[in-house]
Write a protein that binds this ligand. Sequence first.
Ligand code: KG4
Ligand code: ZN
Length: 395
Amino acid sequence: MKILAIESSCDETAAAVIEDGRQILSNVVVSQIDIFAEYGGVIPEVAARSHLEAILPVIHKALGDAGSDKTEIDAIAVTHTPGLMGSLMIGTLTARMLAILWQKPLYAVHHLKSHIYANWLDAGDDVAMLDSDLPKFPLLALVISGGHTQIIYMPSHNQFEIIGTTKDDAVGECFDKVAKILGLPYPGGPAIADCAKNGNPTRYHLPHPRVDGLDFSFSGLKTAVLRAVQAECGLSITTPSYELKEHLSEQQKADFAASFQQTACEILLEKMEKALEQYPKVKSVVFAGGVSANRQLRSLALNSLKGHQEATDESKDVKTGMFAKSSKNARSGALNAEYDYFKRDDIDIFFPEARFTGDNAAMVGVAAYFEIQSGVKPTDPYRLSIAPRTKISEK
Ligand code: KG4
Ligand code: ZN
């Protein structure tokens, strides 16, 4: 079965052809990052226009790269929620039109489902990825993107229960805002990660928010960075954030980036640890979304989720501590994906390969495939609507 998948929820125009669920025949992503780096953030109207220019060439290239024409496509999948209205509209209208013209079933996919299912994509390494290498249920997903920070419990395929969410900013948004304070370019996540390489993560103490249960809050952390920068530069708290970068040395910027990154990662992993205590039967943890590309998060996850086994395993002789990175798994051979899979006796931890953490259409195709497997029916191409906000558990 070949699925043509289309993604345009924010500032990436993407199309992919996925075969038999997880195999990537093509994956084309045109990013608007260069345009928005100039503005320091996404401008919805500009994003929509760029999608309009790019969408048909991107689909054409995805079909060409896959060596497929429309006759070989069995279904079309598209992101229809959540995202920017104008951006979503371009992808969905194109998908609806193709579904009608080519008479193919159309599947409307939730963007966060796609991010989660990026963990099922076959990276196409030399070693074949076995079904036994895939995440197992029940599982916990940590979705960390520019718009969302959620812990999701999945008892089985295509079933989602949100058990924790942010009360204010998303963690990716917080990376982007802190980057602005430090005078680093958009998008802030990769810029902070890069700048932090030369910094000391313990140089500045930043508070962990006290939020009940499995929920998160990130707006306080952003303000804490702002106040710490003002204090470090001897400036008043009324100094506007856009003036601060001029007062910071390169070393101070690196130390702030490293200290912030460390704190943000610790906050995420502390909550995952708590979630694992509350859901002791989970077999896998999957990370998803743009922030899951973060190397520091991946290496900290090696250590910090270890408490779970101590908390749930009766036998004291089982080794706790570091996860052993599996040498058998195909994913461990992936080129640019250090720590993308590691295993402990009772639980497997997955990160998508780095190139699938940001927005792409391959993940939309794999999510649609598992929807189809779960018995989801195609949507009416004449009626498919879009929504800026919908919960993953609503559909
Ligand atoms: O999932 P995504 O590509 O788009 C949304 O659905 O929002 O996530 C984008 C977010 C941005 O906030 C970006 O700064 C962040 O992911 N991000 C990172 C890294 N790469 C991207 N955050 C931290 N570390 C990274 N390496
Ligand atoms: Zn996304």
